[in-house]
Write a protein that binds this ligand. Structure first.
Ligand code: ATP
Ligand code: MG
Length: 564
């Protein structure tokens, strides 16, 4: 996917604000090439919001012949794990992107950051504060009034240095001291009120082990990490806009960097009916509301993948939503539209009966099997056709028959005719019920002159229904999914626990679904359109003995309809 040459966008009018900045920087000669980065914290699996950020950062670099670093922001050992490091790399690659060189880690820079902190101390720009967390918060105050300077703020450089070294050596308990930047306790920007640079934490780090017991804060590590790597454009979400003056100040105190990273903010992706915070997603996993990070109902990349989403669909979605500077909420239906559009082009069509009722063709010879030729995908004629067996006993969908059909019902009903997809026109002659009065079987007759492709019957029927031959049908499991939450904004209220807004019917398992025998070879992650039913994808739980399919998305397109 790497473009060797910078490819300027087609027309300046269609550039987004990020592209405008990059183009201007290349034109003015400020940068000869650009370097972006994707900086995940390895404390959870990536989700669709990260996918947007990945597409943006890698996409921007590709577009202008630049490169992108992957940097793990691993400054908080308590919540981080190699499991996440591995899954993040797998997910980025699956999306179709490759980072420059080896993955990088903020922890690679722990020593450099420490050395700079020492320099800050020596030059009177940082001090060790013995105040408690609560005292620090209290003295920081409120934005409209100046805060209170800590009594430890005036410590000498020598004393600060000694204390900081002792902090590093493990002489003090966790939480007893921090290193703070000496900046401005009266600033209206709370982030400039002597922000914390280091805290004591006796936690084993997944990379540095027990080497450190003081860890840099995200604020102290982030901008410097970008500068060390020579990032030209640090693209991040809007909540960091207020941190920007701090990041600038931190860099201003150090010898000049060339290039010096420029931070540019964009609005994070919010999706309706979805929670995106890793803390909440972790809660869903740990409390077993879902089967894992890759549960097909999760908005994680691994969940979407298992659900049957393709990288192309996710990239098209990211493209379609674009970048904005203003907070907004994207309709989940737009994500569904993107996968539907992609699968419509590529998914082979097959027949599956999800809620079966038996249909017997009394006019069709017993023991006979005809192999009918049915096209694989009308959107892709070059994919050809396959042979589907047709016999006297078939399965059809229960709701494709109505005993008392309303006007305009063109499927099967007593005395009415309908076409069986790729096969014959049939008429329903008799309804057989079981002891409970439920329809057990439909007795029908077929017109032998009406075979698809060789129809000389002269009949016109309005409905076509799908079917599966009972003798050759495979019995499979199908998992139907609905939105994980009932509320469009499940994380929207502080007073309502998002877990109470879960949709109790988000997963429905159908144990007895009949599919045509061509599916016997289906491999995990193979995608199909079950005609008239939706797109489905073979689950990794599938085995040749027991095929399992996940519903990716229905055929019904809410988004295009609403936006026509
Ligand atoms: P948390 O949910 O734990 O606060 P986070 O979502 O910020 O974490 P990070 O691992 O820090 O997760 O994110 C990595 C990158 O992905 C950041 O640059 C962040 O800006 C971006 N990102 C995270 N969530 C979204 C989102 N919803 N939309 C766009 N970008 C996002
Ligand atoms: Mg974050």
């Amino acid at each position: 996917m790497n473009h060797p040459e910078p490819t300027p966008s087609p027309s300046a009018a269609s550039l987004n604000f990020l592209e405008e900045i990059v183009e201007a920087d290349l034109r003015s000669g400020k940068h000869r090439s650009i370097l972006t980065r994707f900086p995940p914290e390895p404390n959870g699996y990536l989700h669709i919001g990260h996918a947007k950020s990945i597409c943006l950062n890698f996409g921007l670099a590709q577009q202008y012949g630049g490169k992108t670093n992957l940097r793990f922001d691993d400054t908080n050992p308590a919540t981080e794990d190699v499991e996440y490091v591995d899954s993040i790399q797998a997910d980025i690659r699956w999306l179709g992107f490759e980072w420059e060189g080896e993955p990088k880690y903020a922890s690679d820079y722990f020593q450099q950051l420490y050395d700079w902190a020492v320099y800050y101390i020596k030059t009177g720009r940082a001090y060790v504060d013995d105040s408690s967390k609560e005292e620090i918060a209290r003295m920081r105050g409120i934005p409209t009034e100046p805060g209170i300077e800590s009594p430890y703020r005036t410590r000498s450089a020598e004393e600060n240095l000694e204390l900081f070294e002792q902090m590093k050596a493990g002489a003090f308990p966790e939480g007893s001291r921090v290193l703070r930047a000496k900046l401005d306790m009266a600033s209206p920007n709370m982030h400039l009120r002597d922000p914390i640079m280091y805290r004591i934490k006796y936690a084993r780090h997944h990379r540095t082990g027990d080497q450190w017991c003081i860890y840099p804060t995200y604020d102290w590590a982030h901008g410097q990490s970008d500068a060390i790597e020579g990032i030209t454009h640090s693209v991040c979400t809007l909540e960091f806009e207020v941190h920007r003056p701090l990041y600038e100040w931190f860099l201003d105190q150090l010898p000049p960097f060339d290039p010096r990273p420029r931070q540019i903010e964009f609005a994070r992706l919010n999706l309706s009916y979805t929670v995106m915070s890793k803390r909440r997603l972790l809660q869903l996993v740990n409390e077993r509301y879902v089967s894992g990070w890759d549960d097909p109902r999760m908005p994680t990349i691994s969940g979407l993948r298992r659900r049957g989403y393709t990288p192309e669909a996710i990239r098209a979605f990211a493209d379609r939503i674009g970048v904005a500077r203003r907070e907004n909420v994207i309709d989940l239906a737009l994500l569904e539209f993107s996968i539907r559009e992609d699968l419509n082009k590529r998914a082979p069509r097959v027949m599956a009966v999800l809620d079966p009722v038996r249909l017997v063709l009394t006019t069709y010879p017993e023991g006979e099997t005809e192999w009918l030729e049915i096209e694989n995908n009308p959107e892709q004629p070059e994919t050809g056709s396959r042979q589907v067996p047709f016999t006297r006993e078939l399965w059809i969908e229960r709701d494709d028959f109505m005993e008392q059909p309303p006007k305009g019902y063109f499927r099967l009903s007593p005395g009415a005719e309908v076409r069986l997809k790729g096969a014959y026109i049939i008429r329903c002659d008799e309804v057989i019920r079981d002891a409970e009065g439920r329809i057990a079987e439909l007795r029908c007759s077929h017109d032998p002159h009406s075979r698809s492709g060789a129809d000389t019957s002269g009949k016109k029927v309005k409905g076509t229904i799908h079917w599966v031959s009972a003798a050759q049908a495979l019995t499979v499991e199908v998992r139907l999914y609905d939105r994980l939450f009932l509320d469009p904004d499940p994380a929207g209220s502080k007073d309502v626990d998002f877990r109470t807004l879960l949709n109790p019917d988000s997963l429905r398992v159908l144990g007895q679904v009949y599919v045509e025998p061509s599916l016997a070879e289906a491999q995990a992650m193979d995608t199909f359109q079950f005609i008239r039913k939706g797109y489905f994808c073979a689950d990794p739980d599938s085995s040749p003995e027991r095929l399992v399919f996940n519903q990716t998305v229905t055929l019904k397109d809410d988004w295009a309809k609403a936006n026509r």
